[in-house]
Design a protein around this ligand. Sequence first.
Ligand code: ATP
Length: 355
Amino acid sequence: MEQKKFRRIGILTSGGDAPGMNAAVKSVTCSAIARGVEVVGIIGGYAGLINENLKPLTVADVSGIIALGGTAIYSARCDEFRYEEGMQKAIQTCKKHNIDGIIAIGGDGTFRGATDLSIRGIPCIGIPGTIDNDVTASDYTIGFDTAMNTVLRLGDQLRDTFESHSRCVVIEVMGRDAGYIAIETGIALGAVGVALIEKPFDKEALFNKIIKLRAEGQQSFIVVVAEGMGGTFSETLTKEIEERTGVESRFVRPAHIVRGGSPTLRDRSLACTMGDKAVDLLLQGKSDLVICSRNNQITYADIKWALIVDRMFKNKLKPGDLDNFSEKEIEDMKALCAERRAYFDDMYDIMLTIG
Ligand code: ATP
């Protein structure tokens, strides 16, 4: 039955690249082919759909990509796709090339595109692939674990040299508006402080802590700042630490280095299980869903629900956002937001205690 309806599916990666996207591409390709369905790689995200930049994928094509960072089918930001004209071109490409459904790997923008296609009759399933871990509906996104481990490695190396010179290093880490990478790596590096938008930041308390620890003999200090703090927050904080504590301080921004590298076992495993689940659901005739990891189970959520729970968590709900959801769905959103807030509260307390 399912093979008759789905002759061919498309796979794309969109938005920021993340280690493990390739593992997801491999998983989707192999799972679909094993079920008798052809796979076509849509090159460069939604732009590939508009420009008919397609590449049929075989098991052999994806055999070697599981260990590679980045994305072998490329990613791009495509503004044209946000407008009806671009969307219609994309739909024509699907019709012309017999693409019966699409699996889209990326973040919230990618899911918005997927939901727009679903509404217009092209079934789509989203897989969360972003180092930022900022898909609220999922406990983990593909790439997050690798990015954290990269920051950890860099932070440990910085500790060596900063310890030798009795200095403080302020490390600014990627994560867009989300502080997941910052808080997790801050704890793992034994940072003396972490600044992220999910928690109020007490500068005075940080200065006093550094002064006290220096008096007790501590030589080096690590402070982690989430990219979401914005502007020149990190540079300014570095100067202030030096002025207020007397500890020589430097600022380091690893930036895109954190996006690259071979994915960790955890990201590969997440990518493989999510990819297989996405194919399974798509071939069952499901659409407009995002695959999620919840409490160590691979499950799924309605994309529109997932996009709105993101906004709710970031306190960015717009009038009317909740109109089309049932009371139960809204309660579930609130419960999930409370869970995420409790996570940040707990992690922040741990950081303050052990840093
Ligand atoms: P990341 O979190 O890594 O930035 P993302 O998926 O959120 O990933 P975006 O650049 O926001 O990255 O979106 C990726 C692409 O998805 C866009 O370039 C565009 O083609 C498409 N897209 C984004 N928003 C929409 C929208 N509202 N409607 C249709 N398509 C969209």
